[in-house]
Every structure is written in structure tokens, then in C-alpha cells.
Design a protein around this ligand. Structure first.
Ligand code: NAD
Length: 287
């Protein structure tokens, strides 16, 4: 059992809202922080809907759903979450945004709180440089989408991350029902270093007319036994998020093979971000 009683989650988008809900279902109080009150409203509605669906399906007692819902609070100011034992940052995949958030976390939270990041690709060592002497408390805690369902947490140590921080992170991941696996601090770690080139190549295959999107996905599903094709997965992740991760990989690994396909870039420019905007590669009915 983890000793963590409360967790602050910075960012209430796709991932932050999933992390907060998963913590709440594991009996941990979650304070959901976002600069956007629209994002907080969406997260709150999403939590209620997910819990109601579990009750409907008979997978959760109504009283447990109510208790989980009551464990989450939604705030726009980080200071309102300052008493949390643990903080995980799940904001936009941009190094400057994240470093500013890390400095704010260092100022807002207790000196013994772990400062974790859910980054998909950015160096943990680089993010930790924003908090100087507190670098031993910084760690990568990379959840997968959808967080309540996906079992993996990729745990990434920066150069200064302490053994104590690592052990506490593994303990918390297990308490949240996840399987932690350690990866080293190289851009994209293991998961996105392997996944993103495949997604990018699927966009090239579409752009070059090798096949239409649905057929590309079906070939990869049936031929490789993937639960969903790479283009459907890209929509699910968010095309903007995929794009940002590929830019980090390109820059940090110094290899142009990671540079996002022009068609992917165009869809992002057009605001076609995937599930979250209602249209990406494919179209999605309003939720
Ligand atoms: P998202 O765009 O859905 O949500 C990001 C949220 O961060 C937004 O609600 C935004 O308002 C908020 N935000 C931005 N600046 C902030 C600040 N200064 N303070 C508080 N909130 C702020 O993005 P996402 O898909 O949830 O991704 C979040 C992080 O998780 C990224 O680092 C991403 O790489 C990583 N990640 C994403 C996935 C995925 O499948 N989408 C999977 C694993 C990891």
C-alpha cells in the first residue's frame, strides 16, 4: 500500500483527467488543477460519465462511484492543491510550459512531495534542471491512454532522481493498480520511440496513396494483431500530441526520421486533432 493519501494532477486534459480518476478509484484524493476552467468542467463531466458507465455495467457499486467522485476536487490555482503528498504534471507537451510548471510546483508543494511528470518524450533530467536542488524529487511517471484501463506506467529516472523517489513511485503506481516498468531517460523513452515512427509512417503511407486510412488500419490490425490501427491510435492520442512528441524526438535524437509527416502537420494546422476535436484522420460524433 502506498502512503500517498492525496495527489495533485496538473493539467485536466485527456491524461490528467484519467490520472485523477484512477487515483480516486484507488482511494486516493485527487486535486485536479488546470488553467482552463473549461478543461476542468470537461474533466468533471467525464469523471461522472465514466463512473456511471461502470455502475451501469455492474462493475462498480453506486456507493463506490459516489465515493470516488467525491474524492476529486477541481481548482484553477496550484496553490489550492499545496497540501497534496504527491504531484504529477500532465500539461501540454512543451518543454518551456513544463519547466514553468515545475518551478511553480517547487514553490507551491511541500519539500517532501514527489514532483512527477507524465511527459511522453521530454527529458526528465532537463525538466529537473528547472528545480535545481530539488532534482532528486523529480521523476517520469508515464501513464497510458485511457489511464483507467491501460496497465503500464513507464517509470523514468533523471540523472539526479533519488532511489527513494523511484521506490515511492513504483509503490504508488502499484497502489493505482498499474504495472511499473523502468526505462532510461532518452527522448521518447521506450514506448514513444518505437510507437511514433510507426504512426508517422502510416501517415506517409496514406499521403503517398499506398492505401486509404481505414485500409491502412485494417491491415495493421489484422496483420499484426494490433487492437487498433496506427491512424485510429493517433486520433485517440491527439494529432497535436503526436506532432509535439515527434518534434521532441527529432530535436533530441538528432535524426530527421522522426520529423512529422507533412500530412500530419497539415491536419494539426487545420485543427483536426482527433477524438478531442471531433475530427482527425477519422470523424467522431459529438460526445
Ligand atoms: P491535453 O491537450 O488533452 O491536455 C493538456 C491540458 O494541460 C489542457 O487542459 C491545458 O489547459 C492544460 N495546461 C496547459 N498549461 C497548463 C498550466 N500551466 N497549468 C495547468 N494546466 C495547464 O493533453 P494530454 O493528451 O492530456 O497530454 C498531457 C501530457 O501527457 C503531455 O505531456 C503528453 O505528452 C502526455 N501523454 C499523452 C498521452 C496521450 O495519449 N494523449 C499519453 C501519455 C502521455
Amino acid at each position: 500500500m502506498s502512503t500517498v493519501r492525496s495527489i495533485a494532477v496538473i493539467g485536466a486534459g485527456t491524461m490528467g483527467s484519467g490520472i485523477a480518476l484512477t487515483a480516486a478509484q484507488a482511494g486516493i484524493s485527487a486535486i485536479q488543477v488546470d488553467v482552463s476552467s473549461a478543461a476542468l468542467d470537461k474533466a468533471k463531466a467525464g469523471h461522472a460519465k465514466s463512473l456511471a458507465r461502470l455502475v451501469e455495467k455492474g462493475k462498480l457499486q453506486a456507493a463506490d462511484a459516489d465515493a470516488a467522485r467525491a474524492r476529486v476536487t477541481y481548482v484553477t490555482e496550484m496553490a489550492q492543491a499545496k497540501d497534496a503528498d504527491w504531484v504529477v504534471e500532465a500539461a501540454t507537451e512543451n518543454v518551456d510550459v513544463k519547466k514553468a510548471i515545475f518551478r511553480a510546483m517547487q514553490a507551491a508543494f511541500r519539500g517532501d512531495a514527489v514532483l512527477a511528470t507524465n511527459t511522453s518524450s521530454i527529458s526528465i533530467t532537463d525538466l529537473a534542471s528547472a528545480v535545481g536542488v530539488d532534482a532528486p524529487r523529480v521523476i517520469g511517471m508515464h501513464f497510458f491512454n485511457p489511464v483507467p484501463i491501460m496497465k503500464l506506467v513507464e517509470v523514468i529516472r533523471g540523472i539526479a532522481t533519488s532511489d527513494d523517489t523511484t521506490a515511492r513511485t513504483i509503490e504508488l503506481a502499484k497502489a493505482m493498480g498499474k504495472t511499473p516498468v523502468i526505462a532510461n531517460d532518452r527522448a521518447g523513452f521506450v514506448s514513444n520511440r518505437v510507437l511514433m515512427p510507426m504512426i508517422n509512417e502510416a501517415f506517409y503511407a496514406w499521403m503517398e496513396g499506398v492505401a486509404q486510412p481505414a485500409d491502412i488500419d485494417q491491415i495493421m490490425q489484422l496483420g499484426c494483431n494490433f487492437p487498433m490501427g496506427p491512424l485510429r491510435l493517433a486520433d485517440f492520442i491527439g494529432l497535436d500530441v503526436c506532432h509535439d512528441i515527434m518534434m521532441v524526438l527529432t530535436r533530441e535524437l538528432g535524426n530527421p526520421k522522426f520529423f512529422p509527416c507533412p500530412l500530419l502537420r497539415q491536419l494539426v494546422q487545420a485543427g483536426r486533432l482527433g477524438d478531442k476535436s471531433g475530427r482527425g484522420v477519422f470523424e467522431y460524433p459529438a460526445k
